[in-house]
Design a protein around this ligand. Structure first.
Ligand SMILES: C[S@@+](CC[C@H](N)C(=O)[O-])C[C@H]1O[C@@H](n2cnc3c(N)ncnc32)[C@H](O)[C@@H]1O
Length: 384
């Protein structure tokens, strides 16, 4: 068990998005041939759901668990905010772009009452539904089966309105969550608008919209400081098509994350999302880099314990019979440095919890955010 948490300092994002061209939109607003309904859905459908043993061997095992920790804390924090304002509330949640159901356990732990899941990738959605059933079957308590009910809708959320599909069209959500996915809709203004409408339209006043997205400013900053149009390291690479043009919508880059993602994505300039969300009476609660969020929440003993439970940080130095995730020279120099500082203060044998620099560089590309619907806002039936 790690005694001290340590992560290397993240590169601070600049607020400059380069020479973004105001109001420039992608020409590709057609309903038929967008990237999302072809390459993205195919990519996620074809991704194998490897078991725990395989995941443990992955080069980015700790990075994935760290990202999962961020999601866990963000979700738990939001559910707590909702319960603080109404301790008896029976919570209804919308999991947009739910994938294979990576957050199902978080919803169970958060004791929600009702869940709606949706994703464009039908195979992933089926696996999500299977996992949901297993969640009930795994329980020893026969009454535990219906901890929460769940519905599943396959949809391109950047083009189709979920409100036209719900079994109960009057459904109102306390929380909409869109994890690691919203940026796909920034292919065009119309798609981002539809995705946002799906997230916010049926939120009740006081309800939250939370998520995690790549930080457009940080992506552009790294691009600008790289030699060509590509940057990254041994765990992730990003390929832009231009170094000078950053349209607000349709600014494509290709993202590769070791063994997990190999997909076109679209630059998301967060202040733009903030502006667009106002149409749905959404106020920003926070938007933080993963580094800021980690700093803020990791000191809490409960969250700290979760690091160990979720294996979200790598132990440094590794135990004698284990090898470090990274073999790249210098990838743990930050941990080594910190260890040396600590050794000067104590004779005790100290171990740190850390991430290799390469993994930290990948995860520090992301933002975590929460919006809240104004409490005086009227329930919306159709966006204007
Ligand atoms: C990186 S995965 C994240 C999955 C899940 N939210 C999680 O955190 O584990 C991105 C997901 O977004 C889904 N997605 C991308 N574009 C979409 C769209 N236009 N409509 C619905 N789902 C979409 C993909 O199919 C994929 O399941």
């Amino acid at each position: 068990m790690a005694e001290v948490l340590e992560v290397p300092t993240a590169v601070e994002p600049t607020k400059d998005i380069g020479s973004k061209t105001e109001e420039t939109e992608s020409q590709n607003t057609s309903q038929q041939d967008s990237i999302s309904d072809s390459i993205v859905a195919k990519h996620y459908n074809e991704r194998q759901d490897v078991g725990l043993t395989e995941r443990t061997k992955s080069r980015i095992f700790f990075l994935r668990n760290f990202n999962n920790w961020i999601k866990s804390i963000c979700i738990a924090d939001t559910l707590q905010r909702l319960r603080d304002s109404d301790p008896t509330a029976r919570l209804t949640v919308l999991d947009l772009c739910c994938g294979k159901g990576g957050d199902l356990l978080k919803w169970k732990k958060g004791q929600i009452s009702r869940l709606v899941c949706s994703d464009i990738a039908e195979v992933s959605l089926q696996q999500c539904e299977e996992r949901f059933k297993e969640l009930g079957n795994r329980s020893n308590n026969p009454y535990d089966r219906g901890t929460f009910t769940a519905e599943f809708y396959s949809a391109d959320l950047s083009k189709e309105l979920l409100s036209e599909k719900y079994e109960d069209p009057s459904i109102q959500f306390d929380l909409a969550s869109c994890q690691f996915s919203f940026h796909y809709s920034f292919e065009s203004h119309a798609q981002a608008e539809t995705m946002l409408r799906n997230a916010c339209e049926q939120l009740r006043p006081g309800g939250y919209f939370i998520g995690t997205v790549p930080n457009g400013c940080e992506l552009v900053r790294r691009l600008k400081t790289s030699e060509g149009t590509q940057f990254g390291n041994d765990v992730y690479t990003v390929n832009f098509h231009s170094k000078d043009e950053f349209p607000l919508f349709g600014c494509r880059y290709d993202f590769h994350l070791e063994g997990v993602v190999d997909c076109p994505e679209f630059l998301l300039y967060f202040p733009l999302l903030e502006e667009m969300a106002k149409k749905y009476q959404m106020e920003i609660v926070y938007c933080k880099t993963f580094h800021e969020f980690f700093d803020e929440h990791s000191k809490d003993p409960e969250n700290n314990r979760l690091f160990g439970k979720m294996k979200s940080l790598e132990q440094y130095p590794p135990d004698r019979n284990t090898t470090a995730s990274s073999t790249t020279e210098g990838d743990y120099s930050h941990a080594e440095e910190r260890l040396n500082q600590l050794k000067e203060r104590t004779d005790r044998f100290i171990k740190l919890g850390t991430l290799s620099k390469s993994e930290w560089e990948a995860t520090s590309l992301y933002l975590v955010f929460a919006f809240r619907k104004e409490t005086h806002s009227q329930p919306q039936t159709a966006a204007t």
